[in-house]
Design a protein around this ligand. Structure first.
Ligand code: GLN
Length: 504
């Protein structure tokens, strides 16, 4: 008899249970679908649940296992996918009304990999519209709620993936991170998230927001699970011109190493001062103390240009987005609004874009179009690109002194729904610590550092040089083990039980 607690185990432990024949993928997938049915009316982490498809995939992998086939380590473990990633035959909206009803005719490369490895796809997760936001409140389909407190935001833009994993609706999820959308939701929900090196996971089939910044990555409850999923989705793809040719690293092995002796960790001076909540800083410092006691060397480093990173991001990202979103014109995908008066092609486009895009998306299209316009291009877009180079140089100089960099992931714990939605600048400040890595293309991980203000989770972020993602798993895996020893188990075990969940 399957214990209902199986959904609370890590993905690696669920995979081990499948391997040992303690359960089947069908049973495991059903257990997660039941959990979704019990709690997701309250959380709204899923925009679409693909029950039949997930169960069919699960039965197929069970049959392959029974036939003695050699299977992927995560075969049979279900997963949720952020709705910005296209899935053949399953609706994909990117959280926007303009794509309502669109069913993609193809799979993203990473989805192909998930299917080939036998991971049943539970459904598509909620997100800020076109991944623009830090709270999942700009979704056209209503906000997702934080499993720790339903009055709070789950972070964004990938709040649906983080909430689904944090609430045991899925053991694994896919996120995307353009300025922090995997790491910041991880921090405020007590989960783990990784933004891989730019180019290491194929972007083919991601609905592009800012192509030079976007990167897909894992959202999980443990560092090892992120490593396993990262290994599965990474690798060269000829269909993405920015895909790296590198072989995939031994991330899971690094996550299990539990050794930081002699590792040099640089605390970024510009990212730990005012602007970060006192208890978030306290948990950050305590985490570093733990690592120091385990033999790491903690030094302070300065990255003076990080101060300008947010400003540069909010020119580069809208510029690229204004171009990427031009294709949503009412002709090719999803929504089409035909005005009664003069339904010319141009008027259909205007009406469709007017009705289909939300305020934040329109704000960024305007900003980006302005920044790219003749006469302003050098002053805005051009200057932002120069700052981007300076941020890259800060990273290069810092990584001459240290192996990894560290900072709190987000400045505060989860804020209340509605608190920042009318103040774009306050919303943008959430990504102050995460954006530099996107500008530089370098990888980052966020994992729980403990409970901070109001008893809510805070996150610590580690950053590594491009193509050195292993280091994130090494330091993350080691810190997670140290902290869980101190807490007597995972931080998520301290989250209050969800109303619907208790009825299980
Ligand atoms: N919150 C940031 C933004 O709104 C980052 C979003 C993301 O990483 N997709 O642009």
């Amino acid at each position: 008899m399957l214990s209902p607690d199986i959904i609370r185990r890590s993905a690696a432990a669920q995979a081990a249970a499948l391997h040992a024949g303690e359960t089947s993928s069908e049973e495991l997938t059903r257990a997660h679908l039941d959990r979704i049915a019990a709690v997701d009316d309250d959380l709204n982490a899923f925009l679409h649940v693909s029950e039949e498809e997930a169960l069919t995939a699960a039965r197929d992998v069970d049959a392959r296992r029974a036939a003695g086939e050699e299977l992927h380590a995560l075969a049979g473990v279900p997963i949720a996918v952020k709705d910005v990633v296209v899935t053949k035959g399953q609706p994909t909206t990117a959280g926007s009304k303009i794509l309502e009803g669109w069913v993609p005719p193809y799979d993203a490369t990473l989805v192909e990999k998930l299917r080939a490895a036998g991971l049943p796809i539970l459904g598509k997760t909620n997100m800020d519209e076109f991944a623009m936001g830090s709270s999942t409140e700009t979704s056209a389909y209503g906000p997702t709620r934080n499993p720790w407190d339903p009055d709070r935001i789950p972070g964004g833009s990938g709040g649906g993936s983080a909430a689904a994993v944090g609430a045991y609706e899925a053991p694994l999820a896919i996120g995307t991170d353009t300025g922090g959308s995997i790491r910041q939701p991880g921090a405020v929900t007590g989960t783990v998230g990784v933004k891989p090196t730019y180019g290491s996971v194929s972007r083919y089939g991601l609905i592009a927001m800012a192509s030079s910044l976007d990167q897909a990555g894992p959202v999980t409850r443990t560092v090892e699970d992120s490593a396993l999923l990262h290994e599965l989705i990474a690798g060269h793809d000829a269909r993405d011109s920015t895909s790296l040719p590198d072989p995939v690293g031994a991330y899971a092995e690094a996550a299990r190493r539990r050794d930081v002796k002699g590792l040099r960790i640089g605390v970024i001076e510009e990212l730990e001062g005012e602007g970060f909540a006192p208890e978030v800083r306290a948990r950050f410092t305590e985490s570093l103390d733990q690592l120091e006691r385990a033999g790491a060397e903690i030094v302070r480093v300065s990255c003076p240009n990080f101060e300008y990173a947010l400003g540069a991001y909010y020119l580069i990202m809208p510029s690229e987005a204004s171009s990427n979103l031009a294709k949503f014109d009412g002709m090719r995908f999803g929504l089409r609004v035909i005005p009664e008066d003069h339904p010319t092609a141009e008027n259909v486009m205007k009406a469709t874009r007017g009705a289909g895009f939300g305020d934040e998306v329109k704000r960024r299209i305007l900003l980006g179009t302005y920044a790219l316009s003749a006469g302003y291009y050098d002053a805005y877009y051009g200057s932002a690109q120069k700052v981007r180079t300076l941020v890259q140089r800060d990273f290069a100089a810092a990584f001459e002194q240290v192996d990894v960099l560290a900072s709190p992931t987000a400045p505060t714990v989860a804020f209340r729904l509605g608190e920042k939605i009318d103040d774009p600048t306050a919303m943008y400040m959430n990504d102050i610590a995460t954006i530099p890595a996107n500008l530089a293309g370098t990888p980052g991980i966020s994992l729980p550092s403990g409970l901070a203000e109001d008893g809510l989770p805070a996150g610590i972020q580690f950053l590594a040089p491009a193509r050195a993602d292993e280091r994130l798993y090494q330091v993350g895996g080691a810190l997670e083990a140290l902290l869980e020893d101190a807490w007597g188990g995972p931080l998520l075990a301290k989250a209050p039980e969800l109303a619907g969940g208790a009825a299980r």
